[in-house]
Design a protein around this ligand. Sequence first.
Ligand code: NAP
Length: 263
Amino acid sequence: MDLGLKGKVALVAASTKGLGKATAAALASEGAEVIINGRDRQNINDAAEEIKSRTGQSPFTVQADVTKAEDIDRMFDEIAARFGTVQILVTNAGGPPAGGFDDFTDDQWMSAVELNLMSTVRLIRKAAPFMKKERWGRIVNIVSLTVKQPIDNLLLSNSVRTSIIGLAKSISKDLARDNVLVNNIAPYYVSTKRIDYLMEQPATRLGITKEVAMKNIVNEIPLGRLGTPEEFGNLVTFLCSDKNSYLTGSTIQFDGGAYKGIF
Ligand SMILES: NC(=O)c1ccc[n+]([C@@H]2O[C@H](COP(=O)([O-])OP(=O)(O)OC[C@H]3O[C@@H](n4cnc5c(N)ncnc54)[C@H](OP(=O)(O)O)[C@@H]3O)[C@@H](O)[C@H]2O)c1
C-alpha cells in the first residue's frame, strides 16, 4: 500500500530515542522528509545516523527543548528556512516524574504542564498555519494510556495528559475544514528506556525486583508482551498518511488489549 508520504515534511518532536525515534524512522522509511529533535546534540547525531542506516534517508535535525517557547519558535524558523512548510506534526516530550498526590509541589505540577500540555499547544500553534495553507495536514499527539485508565503512582501523567485530549478534540473540529486531521495515540508499556525508570517505583514500593514488576505488568496484557517502538511507529505513520483520510479527533490506545474499558 502506498501511504502517500513521499516528500511530505514531517516534524517528530522529542525523537532521538524511544517512541519518537521509531516514529521518525517509520515515516522516513515511507519517504517522508523527517525532522528529528531533542535537547542533546550527541543523542541527535546518534539518532540521525541510525535512521539513515535503517532507511537510507538523512533526517533534518534541530536541537531544541520543547518546554521552551523560544526553542520551538527557532525550530520552526529553521524548518521554514529549509522546507518552507510542515505537513505532519507528531507532538512528543519526555514523561513527567512518577509519584502520588503528596509527592509534588506546585512547581512540579507546573513543570508537568509545561512539559506535556504547553509543548503540545506551542508545537500545534506553529505547525497548523502551514497545514491550513496546504489544505492538508496530520497531527498526532503521543500521550499515554493514563488518559483512558489512570495508572497507579503516575498522578502527573494521569492528570496533565487528559488536557491534551480536550485540546485535540476541540481543535480537530476547527482544523477539519482545512483537511487537517488531529488524533492521539495512548501507549501502555512499550519497550523503551523510560520503562526501566517506570519499573523502579513499583519495585521499591512493593519490595520486588524490576524484573518481577515488569512480569506483573506483562501478565495484565492480553497479547502477553510489551509493544515495540517499531509497532508504535507503524501506527503513527498510518495516522499521518493519506490513507487515513477520515479519522480525526480520536484517541487510539496502543496497549496489546490491556485497557479494561469498552469504549
Ligand atoms: N515507553 C512507554 O511505555 C510509554 C508509555 C506511555 C507514555 N509514554 C510517553 O511517551 C513519551 C515518549 O516516551 P519514550 O518511552 O519514547 O521516552 P524516552 O525513550 O525516554 O525518549 C524521550 C525522548 O524525548 C526527548 N526529550 C525529552 N525531553 C525533551 C524536551 N524537553 N525537549 C525535547 N526533547 C526531549 C529525549 O531526548 P533528549 O533527552 O536528548 O532531549 C528522547 O529523545 C513520554 O512522554 C512518555 O512518558 C511512554
